[in-house]
Design a protein around this ligand. Structure first.
Ligand SMILES: Nc1nc2c(ncn2[C@@H]2O[C@H](COP(=O)(O)OP(=O)(O)OP(=O)(O)O)[C@@H](O)[C@H]2O)c(=O)[nH]1
Length: 340
């Protein structure tokens, strides 16, 4: 197969909660006119990101329970091979959303393994930055976020709506990434022509795969949780914990729990079964100190349940305390208020 038939791959990277899935949703809902496939990677044990993708027109592959560039690299290789094998499902463009702890250079190296060299090429690496949070990261996190930036062809300076004009000017004056184009955005709204067709040039050599696989998570009945300290150079910095429950949660109590979390829990996200809106899936996002819990339409036949993951600095997640706090949000009483 010639290079001109190889599939362009867009890598979307960026620190936890920067706005990668938001950007991906914008991209997928734009008039791209291509048969798209997307791969989304959740560092936690539950596939949350694939549930947050609002477009249904593309093939979506989920890689959970580890970092795509390390612990689930073997899954990435297997899923890529499957995607490419069938001419019926073979996409015209592939977008890979890395987890917020991944280094896009390592993913790019995987795509250069001999088995993919003729069939895939990297179109561009887009690194999304939370403009409002970047300066609040501690030194380890800043190092990781900087690795992600160093790999970028395009830097999407997102969440600029959260900055004052002075903060915007100050931030922009410090952004000197000579090899990358910097584009400001709100809610990942960037013209499609700037995201696809980047056609990066690169000469990096591949590294060896380790082929390790992560175990699948089975469904819960009432509550279920997993706790994991992941052993590799990025995620040795992080712990992740997940929790599931079929019992509806009191919204106010849940908001209070989110507001009380230590700063070293950087990210929480999930689908919530909220007592005040039992017929609706509610999406929860916590990024730093900002928490959103918003209704996102009916359950469409799915059994209502809460699925939450949290990601924090190594040692910051106290599973017993979190479990106790969340179980105290269980609400069996019929609702008296309505979510808005
Ligand atoms: N105010 C504001 N919020 C945003 C913007 N873009 C995204 N968000 C919010 O930021 C939160 C995280 O967005 P995601 O797109 O899920 O971030 P992500 O990078 O995919 O997160 P991870 O995959 O967990 O690392 C959500 O609550 C979004 O609604 C923006 O431009 N402005």
């Amino acid at each position: 197969m010639s290079q001109q038939h190889s599939i362009p791959v867009t890598l979307v990277a960026g620190f936890l909660g920067a706005g990668k899935t938001t950007l991906l949703n914008h991209l997928l809902n734009s008039d791209h006119g291509r048969r798209m496939a997307v791969m989304v990677n959740d560092f936690g044990a539950i596939n949350i990101d694939s549930q947050l993708i609002v477009s249904q027109t593309q093939t979506t592959v989920s890689l959970a329970n580890g970092c795509i560039c390390c612990t689930v690299e073997g899954d990435l290789i297997a899923q890529l091979s499957t995607l490419l094998a069938d001419p019926q499902t073979r996409p015209e463009h592939l977008v890979i959303e890395a987890s917020g702890v991944s280094n896009p250079v390592k993913i790019a190296n995987t795509l250069r393994y001999p088995q993919f060299r003729q069939s895939l090429h990297i179109d561009g690496i887009l690194t999304v930055v939370d403009a409002a949070q970047f300066d609040d990261l501690d030194s380890d996190m800043t190092r990781l976020a900087t690795e992600q930036l160093d790999a970028a062809d395009i830097i999407i300076l997102n969440k600029t709506d959260l900055l004052t004009p002075d903060q915007r000017t100050a931030l922009k004056s410090r952004w000197l990434y000579p090899n990358a184009r910097v584009i400001e955005s709100e809610h990942g709204v960037v013209p499609l022509a700037l995201l696809l067709g980047v056609e990066r040039k690169t000469t990096a050599e591949p590294v060896s795969p380790d082929g390790r696989h992560a175990p699948a998570l089975t469904a819960s009945t009432t509550t279920f949780e997993t706790f994991k300290a992941v052993p590799h150079q990025h995620d040795s910095l992080f712990d992740t914990w997940s929790w599931q429950s079929d019992i509806p949660l009191n919204l106010k109590a849940l908001r209070n729990v989110m507001a009380s979390l230590p700063a070293a829990i950087y990210r929480a996200k999930g689908i919530c079964h909220v007592a005040e809106a039992r017929d609706q899936r509610c999406i929860l996002h916590l990024v730093g100190t900002r928490c959103e819990i918003t209704p996102a339409g009916p359950w469409k036949g799915a059994t209502p349940s809460t699925q939450l993951i949290m990601i924090g600095k190594r040692g910051a997640i106290d599973a017993n305390t979190l479990r106790t706090l969340l179980e105290a949000c269980h609400d069996e009483v019929e609702p008296t208020a309505v979510i808005n």
